[in-house]
Design a protein around this ligand. Sequence first.
Ligand code: 4AD
Ligand code: MG
Length: 441
Amino acid sequence: PKAKVIKLRVAEQHRLQRVQVNGWIHRLRVQKGVAFIVLRDGTGFLQCVLSGDLANAYQTSTLTLESTVSIYGVIKPVPEGQSAPGGHELIADYYDIVGLAPSGDEAFTNKVQESADPSILLDQRHLALRGETLSAVMKVRATLLRAVREVYEEEGLLEVTPPCMVQTQVEGGSTLFGFQYYGEEAYLTQSSQLYLETCVPALGDVYCIQESFRAERSHTRRHLSEYTHIEAELGFLSFEDLLDHIERVISRTVAKVLADPVAGPLVKQLNPNFEPPKTPFMRLEYVKALDWLNEHGIPNEDGEKFKFGDDIAEAAERKMTDIIGVPILLNRFPLEIKSFYMKKCADDPRVTESVDVLMPGVGEITGGSMRIDNLEELLAGFKREGINPEPYYWFSDQRKYGSFPHGGYGLGTERILAWLCDRFTVRDCSLYPRFTGRCKP
Ligand code: 4AD
Ligand code: MG
């Protein structure tokens, strides 16, 4: 008889009912007289028990991991003393093989071993995604993106979709991916910031969730060539307001993820020691951070004491963040180590109204600033960086047609996830990671 087709996510609600479930064989134990299948359908897991004729059928002995099956039967609580995902199991009365996966050399377990070399697992990413850890991170990722959209909605920001193909840089010429665009030079966008700035007079405060591209040459655990960039731009606010806003967005987004019935428990599982960040975040000025680093004997990139103007590179930044152990809003970076568009501090023109958010375990997850709103100053910024201002006419125009104080920031989705889910590298937080030397699958 016909049975209701259900997703495993709602198996609990169908206890004692006869249902049809469709999925992939995640785990398999066939013995004489009974076969146990843990079925996976992407929304959940369900143990299915095949006994009697079903278990003894020749077909059952041919079953393999990752074969697709449709199984029919009644969902019952597991007997006392036994365990199964969700505390229930499906007592099967019939099943169909929809797609039989290979056995032998080609068997799934030979293709994807969690202990295999990372580059093999990356070649087999399409199969590795089915693993419990990677799929859990992807579920948290989906919830994170939904949560951040909700927070922006509550904060009154409007979502826009800027272009990925552009003719301007934002974060330095050395990491641009260039290509030919109908005979013209073009780039994959490094950041949607400049476009967001043009939206504020038209649409008010805005945000976007868009891919950004960086031709990073170094192999690090937190750099991708393509990443999902969450960016926002707000008008008529002070630097302090911007810091408060960033802190609010991060802490409320995390709170929503933790409160989510699917993602919350997954974060617990992936990162049992995770503590939601306490607000207000620690605020640390760049010059004070240099003192801290020097006091703690952490050297700069040349192995020397930090001095004003030095970049706090990844290793030192991470060490400092790990020792301090709480989120840090590191702010007021020197002009010369930051981008052309950053506004100088009124009380000290050597430094800018800029901020990086640093998280234990990862380091920088967010970078932002107030923007230069004076045309002459912006043109001086282009000059300092050796940028031809001509392709930026539309960006410069913002300083002519009704300039206004504004600021914004970008959050790296994969970096927030690495922090939230305790992953060693951002590569584990991207569906199909792109980095130096990898553009497949
Ligand atoms: O600090 P970044 O380069 O700042 C900007 O792009 C600004 N224009 C953003 C803005 O103000 N609208 O990048 C922002 C964030 C970083 O803090 C980091 O989390 C992430 O983007 N990020 C990367 N994530 C993965 N791989 C890379 N190669 C990344 N580069 C930056
Ligand atoms: Mg940065």
